[in-house]
Design a protein around this ligand. Structure first.
Ligand SMILES: [Fe+2]
Length: 291
């Protein structure tokens, strides 16, 4: 006599699951997921995770090591430190997503990684400000324009800038520093132009005192990023641009630890005696309407 219990919706009769049948069993368990996109993403994640484990013949001890690594990555995160973004960046996943999701017209400024050092409460400063705020470094005069694809200047574009100082540290990496410095949010003028003063960026290593740093050491990788300044530029009717400008001549341009360099984003920093100058024209992609 068949005494099998009634199965809840979406369940399958899975007994004696083995390494070859478990993937289908897990996928069947979420067959009734009401969110189609969640189901698609999770199904692919489960399928690839299982296939990864089978491919490398992952041992239980190795997976426990992986869990300890991910746990340590989470424990390293707080309001000043984002180790998961660093992990995503150093694994190339961040740049893969940037490349997949930011197809633009050829004239539009290219995007690159966001990175872990942006803050939402940077000082809002008027054009012409010295945003360094006392951060050590050689003075740099920045002169940029922001235009549309058709060359029209974008007045009032919001320009969020952040960078490391001469010692390769962002303000949030200095535990004794309460104030924000070497970062600001400013706006372009009626001609789409913005000038401000800051400091010349220098190459810096990503933080190596956490699990991501240990991963880099264990895999024989250097932790360096070529010198750069971060920009996030937004204006109504345009896609928000998240990018960097990299300093031409930097020795790490071809081996950026987070794979973020684009040739079009490498710019000259011209020597002008006691200070230096950087000029660049940013071109924003118009907002896409849904297909
Ligand atoms: Fe950076």
């Amino acid at each position: 006599m068949d005494m099998s219990l009634e199965q809840p919706a979406g369940a399958t009769r899975v007994r004696n699951i083995d390494e070859n049948t478990i993937t289908a069993a897990v996928l069947a368990r979420q067959a009734d997921c009401p969110d189609a996109r969640l189901k698609e993403v999770l199904s692919a994640l489960i399928t690839h995770l299982h296939e990864f484990a089978r491919e490398v013949k992952l041992t239980e001890a190795e997976w426990m090591q992986g869990i300890r690594f991910l746990t340590a990555t989470g424990h390293m995160c707080d309001d000043r430190r984002q180790e998961f973004i660093l992990l995503s960046d150093t694994l190339g996943l961040s740049m893969l997503l940037v490349a997949m999701n930011n197809a633009k017209a050829p004239q539009a400024t290219e995007a690159t990684v966001f990175g872990p050092f942006h803050v939402d409460d940077a000082p809002r400063l008027p054009p012409g400000s010295d945003i360094a705020g006392g951060a050590p470094g050689r003075p740099l005069d920045v002169d940029i324009t922001v235009t549309s694809l058709d060359g029209q200047p974008i007045a009032g574009a919001e320009v969020d800038v952040w960078q490391a100082d001469e010692e390769g540290l962002y303000d949030v990496q200095r535990p004794d520093l309460a104030e924000r410095r070497a970062r600001a949010v400013m706006r372009t003028d009626a001609e789409g132009r913005l000038r401000f003063r800051t400091i010349v960026p220098t190459a810096y290593p990503v933080p190596t005192d956490g699990p991501v740093g240990r991963m880099l050491v264990a895999t024989g990788r250097h932790p360096w990023r070529p010198a750069h300044i971060h920009f996030m530029i937004s204006a109504p009717g345009h896609e928000t641009l998240i990018t960097h400008l990299f300093r031409d001549g930097d020795p790490y341009l071809d081996s950026d630890v987070v794979f973020g360099v684009r040739r079009s984003l490498v710019v000259a920093i011209e020597d002008e005696g006691d200070s230096a100058r950087l000029r660049h024209a940013f071109v924003l992609q118009p907002e896409r309407t849904a297909a």
